[in-house]
Design a protein. Sequence first.
Lengths: 324, 324
Amino acid sequence: MHSIETLQEKIKKAIKSEKFDFKPSELYEPISYTLSLGGKRLRPVLTLMACDFFDGKIKNAIYPAIGIEIFHNFTLLHDDIMDEAPIRRGKETVYKKWDSNIAILSGDVMFALAYKYIAKADKKILPEVLSVFNQTAIQVCEGQQYDMNFETTKNVTIQDYLKMIRLKTAVLLGASLKIGAIIANARNHEKEEIYNFGLNIGLAFQLKDDLLDVFGNEQKFGKKTGNDIITNKKTFLYLKAFELAKNETQQLLKKHFGDTQLENNKKIKVIKEIYEQLKIKEHTEKEIEHFYSEALKNLETINIKDERKTVLKAFAEKLMVRDY
Amino acid sequence: MHSIETLQEKIKKAIKSEKFDFKPSELYEPISYTLSLGGKRLRPVLTLMACDFFDGKIKNAIYPAIGIEIFHNFTLLHDDIMDEAPIRRGKETVYKKWDSNIAILSGDVMFALAYKYIAKADKKILPEVLSVFNQTAIQVCEGQQYDMNFETTKNVTIQDYLKMIRLKTAVLLGASLKIGAIIANARNHEKEEIYNFGLNIGLAFQLKDDLLDVFGNEQKFGKKTGNDIITNKKTFLYLKAFELAKNETQQLLKKHFGDTQLENNKKIKVIKEIYEQLKIKEHTEKEIEHFYSEALKNLETINIKDERKTVLKAFAEKLMVRDY
């Protein structure tokens, strides 16, 4: 079994060694740029980890893992156009640095490249890998569409929200693990359990992100908190607050949440006060804990020695206790 | 051997029977809309035709053929955003009817759906089909980028232009045929020749399009001619004219071509006069004839009875002599 750090190093090195210096440069430079910005490489690490966990050969998982990371970065390129996000990982987004057309087309070619890397999986398991990947790619697009819809939908429920983040974020974590398991020739029920483990970790991960956006330590978080509040994003925190708030508090929440005139810091302060009053931090932590413990249950049902589960558990825990 | 009409009917029926009424509707309605607009279904027909030509079972080619048609329509969705094209096949384009974000994301999900249909190819040949499709998808994006670059590039040569249309248009015709050949278990050199046949037909096809845009019969063409002239598109016709024009004629061409102040009909008239003076119609027809005869040579080298080649030849001829 390899440590998290070893696998992270392996995938970072592998991604770095892939060159995208093809022509026309207008198409490929944004790809090199995006991939050089780094990030946690969460998804490809999960692929390698699952492959290792089920006793597969890590080298067979490297290319599909890179494919998954390229796919993830493609979705960021297009999401940033749609969300008009100027900054990502502390740098200008592709659509800002170049323009929308470049971001659309570079994204498209990244999507094709992702498949090219996925297709390097062993022939015997390629149809199964491809089927998981196709399904996931479609779901991620559906998640992004729901996310955009929510901006103008009035009655978004917590259930709607959980469905959206499941599609937009969690399924790709599940698929990353499952593809690693397929490459390692795991049994069918093991593939399903590791997928569900990823799904639950993914849900907890996104809720943790929502929480950090409001209550994170700015120094450690590396960016200003309160962005979701400023942009009126209907996160779990807001939806829970709206569910729990009564009478005047609910009116106040409604009034201030959609208020585009209110000065940003004032708005963050008011909304945060309501959240504190309603113990939203604790409610969110409870929800995170719920999905986290569901994930651990998924892991328990897999009939593999406990000591082999340490790396996966440690990784999941690392994602949960982070304050960045 | 099936007739062109039979194959066209088969694919039209098959596409029509695929429903995309999933949720969220914002994502899937533009897909149903786009696919319902029809079009010649050129590419999937080529896949079926090649499969039939090499004595394969057409039913094995139907889903991959649909995948190719979905891919082609995905590129149109994104191209129309980049080119700011309001009308396609006589109807509003997706980005106009909905908005750019919808067109980006519906396009993305179409791309994933294209792979889902491609992946229905028989397991034994899937890696080969996928490899051709991946390579082609990447090249089509490269072609579109070159096309956009040419808008601001000063010294585009005829060679540059031919390279661009090879990538943007011709490789997909080649790949459509080759995928049909792979499904039919054709020999390796046969797959290459049918690919090259498609490539040459594709080049001739695009040059014919360029020609019709200037000299087409408006009634039969179904749209106004001269659009490429109005939008200063550096087509084969313009580049050939620029190559042949001397002194004052070249100055005149240069001056009027980039002139955004000149009234549209006046501009078309002036440029068309220069084209006529330089016999650009005849030069373009000669170039089309060249690629068309190269295509027929590709077909000749395939060791299959001449009578089986009739359908492919007839289809190619139909594309060449069309005045729409």
